[in-house]
Each structure stands twice: as structure tokens, then as C-alpha cells.
Design a binder for this molecule. Sequence first.
Ligand SMILES: Nc1ncnc2c1ncn2[C@@H]1O[C@H](COP(=O)(O)OP(=O)(O)O)[C@@H](O)[C@H]1O
Ligand SMILES: [Mg+2]
Length: 250
Amino acid sequence: MSKIILRNLFKNFTTTQGELVSVLEGINLEVADGEFVCLVGKSGCGKTTLLRIIAGLEQPSAGEILIDNNLVKKPDPLIGMVFQEDRLFPWRTVRRNVEFGLELRKMAKHYRQQAVEKYLRLVGLESFADALPYELSGGMKQRAAIARALVNEPDVILMDEPFGALDAQTRNQMQEELLEIWVHRSRTVLFVTHSVDEAVMLADRVLVLAPHPGRIQCEYRLSMPRPRDRLSNEFIKSRREILEALNKAR
Ligand SMILES: Nc1ncnc2c1ncn2[C@@H]1O[C@H](COP(=O)(O)OP(=O)(O)O)[C@@H](O)[C@H]1O
Ligand SMILES: [Mg+2]
């Protein structure tokens, strides 16, 4: 069954000079329940815009988005989003940042406490529950942001270059942790990155976007078992193929 369906999605923006720019053109996509899909594409090709439209944060100019066969028209707690910057509230502790969505949804206090504990443990931040964001490293901030999205138990999680600002080692570690969280395919993940290496490490399927206007140029299915070995021939071969496609995409 398809979890997410995008039908003939278009998005235009009007610049401050009054010029109409086409950012996304005719995006069609079906993502299966539990699938991990990565979108790769050059900067400016509409990746963030596409995620924001799927999240219901932005309206498409034409076309429709269905999640579980229901039209997406506004943000829904069933869709979790993690951004490139952590976007934590600086004045709230880690615990109270993670709790935020549950407060909005007016969940009972004992439920909130249990759920927050569970997801802080899952991302390994239980001993930092009472820290403020400025006391955390970049990787820890992104873990807190992931816990904040997961605590609402979304079926769909949209991630916009979430590890883009991290150093290489922390980034690799976060990729492994994310796969552990996802491993039971209990969630459908749409993950934007400009790193082909990251996409090949994570995805069941990689979509290569072409720029101006953003379109899906081609797609690759990856069936290597996880955890994947970056040094294996298959990994290197997939990485090269996708890199070449990305360089040709225009
Ligand atoms: N609110 C907006 N108004 C006008 N243009 C926008 C707006 N948001 C994004 N754009 C333009 O849309 C294009 C795609 O942006 P974006 O989705 O952020 O790309 P990516 O995430 O792939 O780097 C860019 O050219 C950007 O300038
Ligand atoms: Mg972006």
C-alpha cells in the first residue's frame, strides 16, 4: 500500500520583482508504507519546498498530496519534520522541548512524562533531559530534534538535511542511530540530503532531482542489507552511478 502519493505536483513562486518562477514541475511519486526514500539534488532544486508541501506547511500551485489516501491540506501531528538546523526552543530544557508537541495536543501529564522518557532514551539523551540547548553539541541537538519529532509517533517522518551541519564522524553515527530507530519499518521516511554517500547508506530508494524547475530525473533501488559497508563494491558502484546521474541532472 502507498503511504504517500504525490500527484502531478507543481509549485510556482512570485519573486519580489514580480517574476513567476517554477520551482517544482510535475512531481509524481508513490512511497510505500515503511519505505525509506532519499531525495538528492543540487542546492536550489526545490527539495525543501517539496518537503514543506508534503508537511502541509505550504500549498502546491497544482496537484495533490495524499497520505493514507487522505488529502494533506494543513500540518498534521502524524507527519513529523526534522530540519537542517535543530530549531529547538533555547529557553526550554531538552525535556520540555521534546514535550512541546504533546502539550500542544493536550496530552495528559503522566502520558507526556512517559513518552518523553521513552524517546529521550531512544536517542541517548536521558542524562541531558534538564540541559538547555546551548549546553549540547551539534549531534546532541539534532538527537533532541529527532526525539521531538518522534514523540508524537508520526507515521511519516520528513527530514530536511538533518545531519548536514554535523562533522563527518558524528554524521555517520547519527545515520546508524536513525536506521536503528527505523529498522522495524514502523515509519515511512522521506529524507533530503545533498550527500550521495548518505543516501546510499540509508535508502531503499534514491530519487535524483533535476533543477530549474525541480523534477524527478531518475531513481535507484538499493537492496543491499543494512548496516551497509561503505567499502563494499556494491556500495561504491551505487554511489558512482548516482553521483554521475546527479552531475548530469539539468
Ligand atoms: N517563499 C519563497 N518565495 C520565492 N522563492 C522561493 C521561496 N522559497 C523557495 N524559493 C525558491 O525556490 C527554489 C527552491 O528552493 P528550495 O526548495 O529551498 O531548494 P533546496 O532545498 O533544494 O535547496 C529556490 O530557487 C528558492 O530561491
Ligand atoms: Mg533545502
